[in-house]
Design a protein. Structure first.
Length: 86
């Protein structure tokens, strides 16, 4: 997702979770960014992998919970290094 409000800096997908370093405008609710990201990625994954569409029809592809943290105490570069090593 790239716009004047949200920049995806880096990410790493694991079998059971995803790490993302995202820069978000301070006036944009984090919950809205998460919902948008989950919705768009779910749609793209189901378009590319038809078996997912059959398996998750009428269900949520992503879990309902998520973990979000700010990086005020450490630098964005440190977070990015952590994500790259996962």
């Amino acid at each position: 997702m790239r716009s004047s409000y949200v920049d995806v800096i880096s990410g790493n997908a694991r079998p059971d979770h995803v790490h993302m370093l995202v820069s978000v405008s301070s006036h944009l609710p984090v919950s809205k960014v998460v919902r948008y990201t989950e919705g768009k990625s779910s749609r793209k994954l189901q378009e590319e992998f038809q078996e997912l569409k059959k398996e998750y029809w009428g269900q949520h592809l992503w879990a309902r919970g998520c973990f979000v943290a700010t990086s005020g105490l450490i630098s964005a570069k440190d977070v990015q290094k952590y994500i790259e090593k996962q």
